[in-house]
Write a protein that binds this ligand. Structure first.
Ligand SMILES: [Zn+2]
Length: 616
């Protein structure tokens, strides 16, 4: 899962301790679930198959505020009783016996985990679920404990003319008078938090991985312009991860579904990643914010999290650290080695800063936060690979996945496999990178310095405190063709001083002329008071193919040169910007604040702006 940072502050999602049942092994769930958006009600008929491991007179399913009723034809005639959070099944259960229980259930307006959106006013209606951290047992009688893996076969009955997407393969689709039934079947077991359903007005395009796995890319008709740039590199990422991980993709297909008002960036439900539609990008937006990282991160979870699942929250590194690391490797494949090292550098800086403040956390701390599980987690894998060598690392990963597939794992299980493949004692690594709360900044720096680019980048950063005259020649050379984007950006940031000399202006002009979209963006970001000598260069930023650059440039030019406000506004009057309409919203705000700009249209501007901002 890629999380929204703000939510993380409030929720410590993975620290919930589940009550484990040892007397029973749930194996299969077959069911039909009717979703009634008007009443926000869920009704289902379920058939649970389970094996009793030791004699007991009761077992339970997790199910919150559910009404349940035993089916007359249930082969197991047990007593059912629902409490606030459980469905108890009472029976004189015999060991080593397999039972099938049939029952129906109903939940009204689930408090969490299943959301009905936009049905009241028929505005782009959708239904979607979010199981991780928001237990699916709010809408589906299931097992909150991650250690219980079940084969799911679920049919969804939904209003007619909508599409339902679930886990696994679509094996049946039936149109009825007012509803449709979509049946999705898995062939392998998984934990209940990975069950998902999404319902909406969706179309999809299909790709095929080199290994033959169908990949379905969902979108809404209104968003068809966003399909290619959003899903760009999907096949490359898929093929790369299969090869890099060394184990075949474990499921029958893969689907990605953008939904509205999603709580997170993306969630790796097995075979069906759901992600926030705000991540949809067009070709211009792609340069500033693209879906590549989330695309790779959620896909990597299909192995790390879904095929093998953490035993407890103390093992969360095995999911988020791995997904983050493998996504970074996929990004390296696409955006190059400097990109990769720059990302590692940035995360090392952040981790060091937190660690220096005494806020470092152990990767084994079940309550650790985002930067620990995700970023320090990725760093730990980078260091481990360097320590034992790429070949041993890959062999270890492969053995580990194959040995524990469709099971649960602990950090100890992983380390044992890596020790086996490398024939090395990893207790130092375990101590320094997993147990230690402090970030091993020196070791990280030594690793980063293996990149010549990083060495030069660090030299450039070291000039921040040096007097301009002294470093002028170095800065000048860094802007010579061909530039390195990251170093040139750093140079531009260092040019931003109170008193600009002719030499500063000359270097700014050189940076403008580099025609590198990111270097020019660095100018947009760092120059507040625009010198007259740079006015026309700065104005040219309004035409750069970057919504971020355009947004900053428009705001800044409007502030700096009041006489030309109408002209600047005219330049971007037809530009919307990112999916969140950043430019349109700024444009409307500035138009309202410019009395002489279309005075007769102020009311129209105001109404349009109110319509966007009320949703934010
Ligand atoms: Zn994740």
């Amino acid at each position: 899962m890629i999380k929204n940072i703000f939510l993380l502050i409030f929720l410590s999602l993975n620290s919930i301790v589940f009550a484990q049942q040892t007397a029973v092994d749930f194996q299969k769930l077959k069911g039909k679930i009717s979703l009634h958006p008007e009443e926000k009600t869920v009704e289902g008929k379920l058939s649970y198959t389970f094996q009793i491991l030791e004699k007991t007179d009761s077992i339970f399913l997790d199910g919150k505020n559910m009404k349940v009723k035993l089916s007359e034809n249930s082969s197991l005639q047990a007593d059912l009783k629902s409490t606030d959070d459980k469905i108890w099944i009472f029976h004189d259960f015999k060991p080593e016996k397999t039972y099938t229980l049939d029952f129906s259930y109903q939940v009204k307006n689930p408090k969490q985990a299943l959301y009905f959106i936009g049905w009241e006013n028929n505005e782009n209606p959708q239904i979607w679920s979010q199981g991780q951290g928001k237990d699916n047992s709010y809408w589906l009688p299931s097992i909150d404990d991650l250690n219980e893996k079940i084969i799911f076969d679920l049919s969804y009955e939904i209003p007619k003319n909508y599409t339902a997407i679930g886990n696994g393969k679509l094996i049946h689709h039936q149109q009825k008078e007012e509803t449709e039934i979509w049946r999705y079947k898995m062939s392998k077991p998984m934990s209940s938090y990975l069950v998902a359903v999404a319902v909406g007005n969706f179309d999809f395009k299909t790709l095929k991985s080199s290994s033959g796995i169908p990949i379905e890319l969902y979108y809404q008709q209104k968003d068809s312009n966003f399909v290619e740039p959003t899903y760009r590199f999907t096949k490359e990422i898929f093929d790369f991860l299969e090869k890099e991980i060394g184990v075949d993709y474990p499921w029958e297909n893969y689907k990605q579904i953008p939904v509205r008002d999603f709580l997170y960036g993306g969630m790796e439900n097995t075979t069906s990643t759901i992600f926030a539609e705000t991540l949809l990008t067009d070709s211009i937006a792609f340069v500033d914010q693209n879906y590549v990282k989330t695309n790779a991160h959620e896909l990597a979870h299909q192995w790390f999290g879904n095929l093998i699942t953490e035993k407890s929250s103390a093992d969360h590194w095995l999911q988020e650290g791995f997904a983050t690391y493998y996504a970074l490797l996929a990004e390296k494949e696409i955006f190059g080695e400097d990109y990769f090292y720059h990302k590692l550098f940035e995360s090392a800086e952040k981790l060091k800063e937190e660690s220096d403040k005494g806020k470092g956390e152990s990767l084994l701390n079940p309550k650790a936060g985002y930067s620990t599980f995700y970023e320090k987690g990725a760093w730990a894998l980078h260091i481990l690979k360097e320590e034992i060598g790429e070949k041993n690392f890959k062999t270890g990963i492969k053995n580990y996945l194959l040995k524990y597939k469709f099971q649960n794992v602990s950090v100890e299980d992983f380390i044992k496999e890596m020790e086996k493949s490398s024939e090395k004692d990893l207790s130092n690594f375990t101590e320094n990178w997993l147990k230690q709360s402090a970030f091993q900044a020196d070791e990280a720096l030594a690793s980063l310095k293996k990149s010549d680019f990083i060495k030069k980048y660090i030299e450039t950063i070291a000039l921040r405190k040096i007097d301009f005259e002294e470093k002028h020649e170095f800065l000048n050379q860094a802007l010579d063709f061909p530039i390195n984007q990251y170093i040139a950006e750093e140079v531009v940031f260092q040019l931003a001083e109170k008193n600009l000399t002719k030499k500063h202006i000359k270097l700014y002009k050189k940076a403008f002329d580099s025609n590198d979209i990111y270097v020019r963006q660095a100018i947009a970001k760092s120059v507040d008071k625009i010198p007259l000598e740079l006015k026309s260069d700065y104005e040219s930023l309004l035409k750069d193919d970057s919504y971020l650059t355009q947004e900053i440039a428009l705001a800044n030019l409007w502030m700096n040169f009041p006489k030309k406000r109408n002209q600047y506004l005219n330049t971007l009057k037809n530009t919307t910007g990112f999916y969140n309409k950043n430019i349109r919203i700024l444009w409307l705000t500035l138009s309202l604040a410019t009395p002489e700009y279309f005075p007769e249209k102020k009311q129209v501007f105001y109404e349009e702006l109110a319509q966007y901002t009320s949703k934010i």
